[in-house]
Design a protein around this ligand. Structure first.
Ligand SMILES: Nc1ncnc2c1ncn2[C@@H]1O[C@H](COP(=O)(O)OP(=O)(O)O)[C@@H](O)[C@H]1O
Ligand SMILES: [Mg+2]
Length: 315
């Protein structure tokens, strides 16, 4: 059985009249990564602050690594790592001093500390900067130090608020690879908010989409493709235009739409791989000769826009 490492039940936070987070419920299985998506002001940071015991929910609660954020905040803090939106470091401390300082706050025993710090600095690629002031670090380096800090206590659950925000593509890729390795090698459960959708798609097994405090969906990216109805686009070029082929394709129940542009056919379907052989068969049997076959999946961005839009419409 796969264990849940996060269970969120009706988590709610109000600021005056504003419901920043509204009855949020979801689960994240051990060793998987959950991407928390949504526009600015959706309630992502507020959720992360509640989950990491920085602020208290008005109602509802959550279990992280089996501990209740409302009743066992110390145990929660010891079991999780957190990279916050605006990680603050002391500019006049070196990387090693920073990690030493945080280790003391976390009560990591002195004999383990140095080994752990050395290991982590290597892991996040800061070994050669260990004695440099954090004030001289680039944003990417600070973000890697933040990740090292979050991993000091060997957390079971790692929570990240926009880990690649403001990083250049290289920096973003470094962070992404680090997170992927943590998941693969250490079976860490990951919860991350992000705006950078290709990053989320690369890391996350499941995504939740939040808007105005409400969770609109929780699903795998693949299932979202199926259920949002904007799944796949096949571009097929035929040796010559052939209306018999188009007619035969339009009869197939797995196909939503066929557009014809000269000898090019654009086929829209929400069903995955298994229908491709049938589509090719149909074309060949009705006399078509295929020059090229090209498949494009809807991007997570297209899916996100669709879900947020539908959420607005159904209100
Ligand atoms: N401390 C606060 N006081 C009042 N309103 C807040 C506070 N923190 C966040 N909010 C409001 O709550 C909503 C959700 O904010 P936030 O969780 O930061 O969104 P996100 O991280 O998704 O961009 C926003 O409308 C924001 O203005
Ligand atoms: Mg935020």
């Amino acid at each position: 059985m796969i264990e849940n490492r996060m269970e969120v039940h009706n988590l709610t936070k109000r600021y005056g009249n504003l419901i920043a987070v509204d009855q949020l419920s979801f689960k994240v299985k051990k060793g998987t990564a959950f991407g928390f998506l949504g526009p600015n002001g959706a309630g992502k940071t507020t959720t992360l602050k509640m989950l990491t015991c920085m602020i208290r929910p008005d109602s509802g609660t959550a279990l992280l690594a089996g501990y209740d954020i409302s009743k066992e905040s110390m145990a929660v803090r010891r079991s999780i790592g957190y990279v916050s939106e605006n990680q603050g470091f002391y500019n006049r401390m070196t990387a090693v001093e920073t990690l030493n300082y945080i280790s003391r706050l976390l009560d990591i025993p002195g004999n383990k500390r140095q080994k752990r710090i050395k290991e982590l600095l290597g892991q996040v690629g800061l070994a050669d900067r260990r004695d440099k002031y954090v004030g001289t670090f680039s944003r990417g380096m600070k973000q890697r130090l933040a990740l090292a800090q979050a991993l000091l206590a060997e957390p079971e659950v790692l929570l990240l608020d926009e880990p690649a925000l403001g990083l250049d593509p290289m920096g973003a890729k470094e962070i992404r690879d680090l997170i992927l390795n943590l998941k693969k090698d250490r079976n860490v459960t990951i919860f991350m908010s992000s705006h950078i959708l290709p990053e989320v798609e690369a890391i996350c097994d499941e995504v939740g989409i939040i808007n105005k405090g409400k969770l609109l969906v929780q699903n795998s990216v693949e299932n979202l493709r199926r259920t949002t109805g904007i799944g796949m686009k096949l571009k097929i070029v035929l040796a010559q235009p052939d209306m018999r082929v188009v007619a035969a394709l339009k009869k197939m129940s797995c196909i939503q739409d066929v557009k014809v542009i000269g000898q090019k056919l654009m086929i829209y379907t929400t069903v995955k791989d298994e229908v491709r052989p049938q589509i090719i068969d149909t074309i060949v049997k009705s006399g078509g000769r295929i020059l090229s076959f090209n498949i494009k999946e809807a991007s997570l961005e297209e899916i996100l826009f669709q879900v947020v839009e539908e959420g607005e419409v159904s209100k």
